[in-house]
Design a protein around this ligand. Structure first.
Ligand code: F6P
Length: 342
């Protein structure tokens, strides 16, 4: 193998650059050149490339985002997309192509096997919702941001005797909400895996007030469903190229409803992209480095149509097909843990 390709697709996460750096370094050790594609699948559709030499990945370990850029382009939605991707792949004389991304990006990577492309995936999403791997790059860094936000909300919420609602990301899974909420000591945690009832939320706040607590902190995942509504709260109509709606607004929905029955002042904080930007945590830097190295090694061993998955501490090749099984839900056991602190 003389050349290996790499692209980063979907929403970015802290830690992607650490993975690119590891790919370039491990490939270099084998005398393999790394070709980077700009802006996810878009870069392959238009053959927009950049050569990644050792110097190009120097000093990026701690830098968030992706030096290659990203997009939510679905090549199966554009005229002969897979054909154009194959053309770029062949024109660059690639022996393998590494796709770094979430379920959409890795789903496309899996489908490209039918077009003769040799693909290896690296799981990357702050949502941690990819089946087949214990953790994805970015999740731990997002948790750090949520925890820090909750620490800050605690000091101001406690002083001003308010209900603070923190809305976090995660799409259809509650990994960020639940684990962030637990780490930050939230009083109420609402996740998509379990519909919630506003009356129960109000009762919980009342119970805290009876105990002399004049503030409460609620963490709500953007995809959580209020029983009273029966569906998720979205910011606008329409979907992206992978059919996803834009979630957002459930924090304000809860605030509006609680204001009808509760006298405490209520404030909403939406963490949004602040939990996706910034420097990767030490865990993500190491995970990304291990994934990057293994992705090259799987390619060298001819292990394709797999992703680098973390399973019980080891990085193993797991079929990309596993990522197609829908979002990985938060286990009931962990949700139970949050019940204990209710
Ligand atoms: O998948 C990562 C994620 O940050 C989700 O948590 C969120 O719903 C979505 O991406 C936001 O997407 P965009 O960057 O397209 O607004």
């Amino acid at each position: 193998m003389e050349r290996i390709g790499v692209l980063t697709g979907g929403g970015d996460s802290p830690g992607i650059n650490a993975a690119i750096r590891a790919i370039v370094r491990r490939a270099h050790e084998e005398g393999i050149k790394t070709v980077g594609f700009h802006d996810g699948w878009q870069g392959l559709l238009g053959n927009r490339t950049t050569t990644l030499a050792l110097g190009d990945v120097s000093g990026v370990l701690h830098v968030g985002g992706t030096l290659l850029g990203t997009s939510r382009t679905n090549p199966f939605k554009s005229g002969d997309g897979p054909g154009r991707i194959k053309e770029s792949y062949e024109r660059n004389d690639l022996g393998a192509l590494i796709a770094i991304g979430g379920d959409d990006t890795l789903g496309v990577a899996h489908r490209l096997k039918d077009y003769g492309l040799k693909m290896v995936g690296i799981p990357q999403t702050i949502d941690n919702d990819l089946q087949g791997t214990d953790y994805s790059i970015g999740f731990h860094s997002a948790l750090t941001a949520v925890t820090e936000a909750l620490d800050r909300l605690h000091t101001t919420g406690y002083s001003t005797h308010r209900i603070s609602i923190l809305e976090v990301m995660g799409r259809d899974s509650g990994w960020i909400g639940l684990l962030g909420g637990l780490a930050g000591g939230a009083d109420i945690i609402l996740v998509p895996e379990r519909r919630f009832n506003l009356q129960a939320v109000q009762q919980r706040i009342e119970k805290r007030m009876e105990l002399g607590k004049r503030f409460s902190i609620i963490v709500v995942a953007e995809g959580a469903v209020p029983d009273e509504l029966g569906h998720q709260v979205t910011t606008r109509t329409g979907t992206d190229e992978f059919g996803h709606v834009e979630l957002g607004g459930v924090g304000h929905y809860i605030a509006d409803q609680l204001a009808k029955v509760n006298d405490l002042p209520i404030r909403v904080t939406t963490l949004a992209y602040l939990q996706r930007g910034g420097s990767p945590s030490p865990f993500d830097r190491i995970l990304a480095t291990r994934f990057g190295v293994k992705a090259v090694e799987f390619s060298l061993r001819g292990k394709f149509d797999v992703m680098t998955a973390l399973r019980g501490g080891r990085v193993l090749p797991v079929p990309l097909e596993e990522t197609l099984n829908g979002p990985k839900p938060v286990p009931e056991e962990l949700i139970g843990l949050s019940d204990l602190f209710y």
